[in-house]
Design a protein around this ligand. Structure first.
Ligand SMILES: [Zn+2]
Length: 386
């Protein structure tokens, strides 16, 4: 099989979660402070190695929440996000973080049109900020914003200067989400060949490739992956924590030892706190992941779940559901009624099936269990229940 041939160049992969920073930057999303602390606890419990807790220089509630997270006795490293400005980093230090992200754009389009400055200015400010943070004993990630549209020689020069100033890693940001996995692999390989520095993948999902790109980066030698719960983040979002962890575990046989059983619970919490829907079809944690309606699929899943499931629902805190709807067959129908102690004969199942199908078509949805009971009673008058 393909994935058994793949040999990841890095054995230790670390996860940095930025639900509280990039996730909250989503247009219209605000977390209350107690929600931030709760989310940080969840991330720590799941096994996240580093939590990007927010932007200390924003002050007020934001800074208070970061302080509280730092004082919560978590195992994870706590990171504050900064511009390459000494005052920003001082605010991070005041919160008690052990790690700082120092972020600046590296692409010419950002340097010219957003910062209205030069590559030299970018290098100079980044180096000053890194040297300051280093002196304060911080773990440092230097974030190359818009790295995916940055001239590759300049990016290597930037990473080399960051390393020499004392940075621990380079965050490679696909800020506008324009990469695809093959290009990502090439780009990261080039950086790893040019500079001996840890690389973090920070990928956005504008073309639906955030998780694939993050993993392609790891295959080229990146050792950190930036994620958010359910991919919450600006525009189309980031690579999703649950997708990255489960893909590494099941497709690459690299188990990070995460407490995956609480993935659904945490996604539900973040969904409520952010006011963002958790779609039924969401990869890994959507409620439809283990719902089978089609006759052939339901029959297969009832005989052996492995026929139509990539992993077991319990692994992520979900349950298998047999949904009775337009595409159901007699096996699903019998299994569903059996849950309520009704043993349909094959003949009864064949009789009921067309009625149930026409009912679901007129309702344009699968049926609730109660509705199935009513149909049974209407048809058999409740007399054949034993
Ligand atoms: Zn981002």
């Amino acid at each position: 099989m393909l994935y058994e041939r793949l040999n990841l160049p890095v054995k230790d992969i670390y996860i940095v979660d930025t639900t509280l920073r990039d996730g909250e930057q989503t247009a219209g999303v605000v977390f209350a402070n107690r929600e931030k602390v709760r989310i940080a606890r969840f991330l720590d419990e799941m096994g996240v190695h580093q939590i990007e807790a927010g932007v200390p220089v924003m002050g007020g509630d934001e800074k208070e929440a970061i302080k509280k997270i730092c004082n919560s006795g978590l195992k994870a490293s706590i990171m504050g996000w900064n511009r390459p400005v000494i005052r920003d980093i001082e605010q991070s230090l005041e919160c008690g973080v052990d790690a700082v992200a120092i972020s600046i754009s590296t692409s010419d389009i950002h340097i010219k049109h957003k910062l209205r400055t030069s590559r030299e200015w970018v290098l100079e400010h980044m180096v000053q900020a890194v040297e300051f943070a280093k002196k304060e004993g911080m773990y440092i990630s230097v974030n190359a914003e818009d790295a995916s549209r940055t001239d590759s020689d300049f990016l290597i020069q930037f990473a080399q200067a960051a390393k020499e100033a004392g940075a621990n890693r380079l965050r490679y940001c696909d800020t506008v989400g324009i990469l695809e996995p093959f290009k990502t692999y090439e780009n990261i390989k080039k950086i790893k060949e040019g500079v001996d520095i840890d690389v973090e993948m920070h990928t956005h999902n504008d073309f639906g490739m955030a998780t694939a790109n993050a993993i392609a980066g790891v295959m080229a030698g990146a050792s950190w992956i930036g994620v958010t719960v359910m991919g919450l983040g600006e525009r189309a979002g980031n690579s999703a924590l649950e997708e990255v962890v489960m893909a590494l575990k099941h497709l690459f046989k690299l188990d990070l030892g995460f407490k995956t059983e609480i993935f659904r619970e945490v996604a539900e919490y973040v969904s409520r706190a952010s006011g963002r829907e958790l779609p039924a079809w969401k990869a890994i944690v959507g409620s439809n992941m283990f719902a089978h309606e089609s006759g052939i699929h339901a029959d297969g899943a009832l005989k052996n779940p492995k026929t139509y499931e990539a992993f077991l629902p319990e692994e992520v805190g979900l349950e298998r559901q047999i949904v009775v709807g337009k595409h159901s067959g007699t096996a699903a129908l019998k299994a569903k009624y059996a849950e309520y102690g009704i043993r349909l004969t094959e003949h009864q199942a064949e009789e009921l099936l067309p009625k149930i199908r026409s009912y679901t078509v007129s309702m344009k949805r699968p049926l609730f269990d109660k509705e199935l009971m009513y149909i049974y009673e209407d048809y058999y008058g409740g007399t054949k229940r034993e």
